[in-house]
Design a protein around this ligand. Structure first.
Ligand SMILES: [Zn+2]
Length: 531
């Protein structure tokens, strides 16, 4: 048996019945964390824990496997807050004491990636000039995790439209060389803000940029790669003991955007369309139980502010800023979900982006205050690129006809395709699709999909794998196209194939796309769970 006393400097003030539940709760959390500095010491049940209290000092006792002291616990609870509140306290204490799993190390780093000069902004064909100032700084952030076996991973999040394959490959190769992380141990995600800079050649046919503007983007992209590589290193250097826990919140502003008119499907508001309002939350505490970082997700386009000309992180940027303001010293990292066919609702201004950001922040806050489940080691990872097939590509004559199209984007696309045809004699028949999976023991399966994935994938995977311990992320590692489900592919519209010209792809995907991706997810999850 060991007894630990909270010192008066660190410890709580005397407890009175009038104190708020939050204060009492905080007091108890301090004590339990101080009592169990090592993973092997941590209790697996509230029944192994008893506390007693006297004015000015809180005592906690670890009673061991078989020992229990109901009298002490009863008297403590009666003293603190009376029977009914005490019962609530017990429940809360139980969830807090068991809410996070020890045995991890976590490291964090961040860098401002706001362009230092005016650049073309990503995501809209409607912009006719480059950026004009900054409404909110853009960040890249890194969370490094190390499990008890020494396995290390780094999650990078960013206020960007997306990392194209070429940029991801450059970063991953340098990270492997400098820090010895394999491809599956690095995860590059982006918030899909449409108020960030153009990256690499991504969506190149969309923008009316001159050669100097492209050169500026190239220089920015090169600098971004340097910053992200350095960020990974800094996060690994700052690894410190940590506890992880996972849970869910909910936020309601994501709206299906595939609206049906008489003729076609357009981007609008579809109140009856599928959507996922889940907010996955990974909490990272330090060894004292203090929040060090929170990773959150949401399946919705980051497009509230639409095509404004000032750099900003849209709702996801506001959520992260809001959470960091509420938890000084902590880092909030946003991971976009399968929101390919969802837009924020309502939208159209930076004020609405802030409003949605705060709603999402409050949803995370509620999850943090609730019952999160501990996330244990070990961590297993997998990364694979596998081919997804395109439908039969257009013929040369069809492309030549498109050169006369009224729409400049169609003309640009046809020109680019004809160049490929001239060079290679054929258009690509498939694309190497990136899939990454992080399996945290039996507690959390983190699936990172590439591209702008529609919500059908998310909903289907939750049905097939169970929603409770699952996180389905999109916009990871390579953003190169919309990823339609078979339903969306058949229905057509922007996400079904219309956007392929902006992405410089030869045409829509083949109908096999959904089964190919879902099949590979199951395959990798099975291998990570068993292997
Ligand atoms: Zn998009």
């Amino acid at each position: 048996m060991r007894e630990v006393t909270c010192s008066s400097a660190q410890g709580p003030p005397p407890l009175h019945r009038q104190q708020s539940a939050v204060t009492r709760h905080a007091v108890l959390r301090v004590c339990t964390v101080q009592l169990y500095p090592r993973p092997s010491d941590f209790p697996t049940s509230i029944h192994r824990l008893a506390l007693s209290w006297s004015p000015g000092i809180v005592w906690a006792r670890f009673l061991g496997e078989t020992m229990s002291d109901p009298v002490t616990r009863r008297s403590f609870l009666r003293t603190v807050s009376g029977g009914a509140a005490g019962l609530a306290l017990t429940t809360e204490l139980s969830s807090r004491a068991l809410a996070s799993s020890p045995g991890w190390k976590a490291g964090l780093a961040r860098a401002i990636i706001t362009p230092q000069k005016s650049l073309w902004m990503a995501g809209y064909a409607s912009r006719k000039k480059p950026s004009e100032g900054v409404a909110q700084d853009l960040y890249a952030k890194a969370l490094a995790l190390e499990d008890q076996t020494g396995k290390r991973v780094v999650l990078v999040t960013s206020d960007l439209l997306g990392f194209p394959a070429a940029v991801s490959h450059n970063i991953a190769a340098r990270v492997e060389k400098q820090y010895h992380l394999t491809r599956g141990e690095l995860l590059l995600s982006s918030s899909h803000t449409h108020c960030g800079p153009v990256i690499g050649k991504m969506l190149g046919t969309m923008y009316p940029m001159n050669p100097q503007q492209w050169a500026d983007v190239e220089a920015y992209t090169s600098d971004l790669e340097d910053k992200v590589v350095a960020l990974v290193g800094t996060s690994l250097k700052s690894l410190q003991p940590a506890r992880l826990s996972f849970g869910h919140g909910e936020a309601g502003f994501a709206m299906n955007r595939r609206a049906r008119t008489k003729e076609e499907i357009v981007i609008g508001v579809n109140q009856d369309g599928p959507v996922d309002h889940d907010v996955p939350v990974l909490r990272i505490d330090d060894k004292h139980g203090k929040l060090r970082a929170v990773v959150l997700g949401y399946a919705c386009h980051n497009t509230t502010a639409q095509d404004m000309l000032q750099f900003n992180g849209d709702y996801a940027g506001s959520t992260q800023a809001w959470l960091e303001a509420h938890h000084p010293g902590a880092t909030a990292l946003f991971v976009a979900g399968c929101g390919g066919d969802a837009n924020p609702y309502p939208r159209g201004s930076i004020e609405l982006a802030k409003q949605h950001g705060e709603e999402l922040g409050a949803a995370v806050e509620k999850a943090l205050a609730g019952k999160l489940q501990p996330v244990h080691a070990p961590l297993k990872t997998a990364y694979e690129e596998f081919p997804v097939a395109f439908a039969t590509p257009p013929r040369r004559e069809e492309l030549q006809a498109q050169l006369q199209n009224q729409d400049v984007n169609h003309r640009n696309w046809a020109e680019a395709m004809l160049k490929i045809l001239d060079r290679d004699g054929r258009l690509p028949s498939e694309y190497p699709y990136p899939l990454e999976i992080w399996q945290f023991s039996n507690d959390l399966t983190f699936i990172a999909l590439g591209g702008e994935v529609v919500v059908d994938y998310d909903l289907r995977l939750k049905k097939e794998l169970g929603a409770e311990k699952l996180w389905v992320a999109a916009y990871c590692n390579d953003v190169f196209a919309y990823i339609p489900s078979l339903r969306v592919l058949k229905e057509g519209g922007y996400e079904g194939g219309g956007a392929m010209i902006y992405y410089g792809q030869p045409g829509p995907f083949a109908p096999s796309i959904e089964e190919t991706i879902i099949g590979k997810v199951h395959d990798l999850v099975l291998r990570r769970t068993n292997g």
